[in-house]
Design a protein around this ligand. Structure first.
Ligand SMILES: NC(=O)c1ccc[n+]([C@@H]2O[C@H](COP(=O)([O-])OP(=O)(O)OC[C@H]3O[C@@H](n4cnc5c(N)ncnc54)[C@H](OP(=O)(O)O)[C@@H]3O)[C@@H](O)[C@H]2O)c1
Length: 264
């Protein structure tokens, strides 16, 4: 594996830099960011290189990760265009920017892969889905997936499902933080200390997620198994259902996917 460049090392780009540095030698990794301090701080912490501009990051890179906002993709591609030879694989994490739209911006037929990541990648508990552009050489996506393996779970999707995948994977951490906060607020109201309520709620959420993945059971069956007749859990579930909990979550996913598609 050769040089790996990151342009835009904010929340999401930075999380992926951490995972990639856990996989390859940090000297192979080059960071560029508009405000250089952000890239510098990350480079110092992880031992990778910092570049003074996007061009020097992109030059001779095997993979170029674009971690800028969707509406900044065009400007960054225009900027690095002079050093693109057609061999560098461009990896975009931008919501709402189809690979086809990126391909149209490129003078050469660089391999293109969209990824749909989330920020828990920074601690190896993330999700990254890859969606290679149809013209991307077959070996490129598995190479990228290997490179991202320290992010957590890595899977494959396609352009048609990109925004839905971006939402279920990318937005769920924020939705879940809200849920954990609400659970701990309830715990505090019921008399727990804030620090305990938060830790216990977070552990319960993490454990429930693991139960779904490791047992392979439907979440409804797991829920049924912990609801005894006239029990406390059933009483809580009734209240959640009366407040349209599941409908609200489903709507959140749908509006986020719609919004995501409009961002590019
Ligand atoms: N956050 C998530 O959970 C998540 C999930 C999935 C996908 N994404 C995607 O990830 C991308 C980044 O989102 P984010 O949340 O990480 O945003 P962010 O924290 O604002 O990061 C964007 C970074 O890009 C830098 N930047 C802007 N223009 C640049 C330029 N011309 N050259 C070099 N660097 C530039 C910014 O630097 P300055 O701060 O100095 O301006 C900033 O550090 C977006 O496209 C988003 O759709 C995010």
């Amino acid at each position: 594996m050769g040089k790996i460049a990151f342009i835009g090392t904010g929340n999401m780009g930075g999380a992926i830099v951490r995972a990639v540095c856990a996989k390859v030698e940090a000297e192979q990794v080059y960071l560029a960011n508009r405000g250089i301090e952000k890239a510098q701080a990350l480079a110092e912490e992880l031992g990778c290189n910092v570049c003074p501009d996007n061009l020097s990051a992109a030059r001779d890179a095997e993979f170029i990760f674009l971690g800028v906002k969707p509406w900044q993709i065009r400007e960054v591609i225009r900027e690095i265009e002079p050093v693109l030879t057609g061999m560098e694989t461009l990896v975009s994490m931008a919501a709402g920017v189809p690979a086809e739209a990126m391909a149209e911006l490129l003078p050469k037929a660089n391999p293109l892969i969209r990824i749909m990541p989330n920020t828990p990648c920074a601690i190896g508990e993330g999700l990254v889905l890859t969606a290679p552009h149809p013209s991307c050489p077959e070996e490129k996506a598995p190479e990228l997936e290997q490179l991202l393996s320290e992010c957590g779970r890595v899977g494959r999707t396609d352009e048609e499902h990109a925004e839905a995948a971006m939402t279920v994977g990318g937005c769920t951490p924020a939705f879940t933080y809200l849920f954990i906060e609400a659970l701990s607020d309830g715990g505090v109201r019921a008399g727990l200390k804030r620090s305990e309520a938060m830790l216990w709620a977070a552990q319960a959420v993490a454990g429930a997620a693991k139960m779904v993945m490791e047992s392979g059971q439907h979440p409804g069956a797991l829920k049924d198994a912990v609801c005894s007749p006239k029990g406390a859990t059933m009483e809580g579930i009734r209240t959640l259902e009366m407040n349209a909990f599941r409908g609200a979550v489903m709507d959140a996913v749908l509006v986020a996917a719609k919004r995501s598609a409009g961002l590019g």
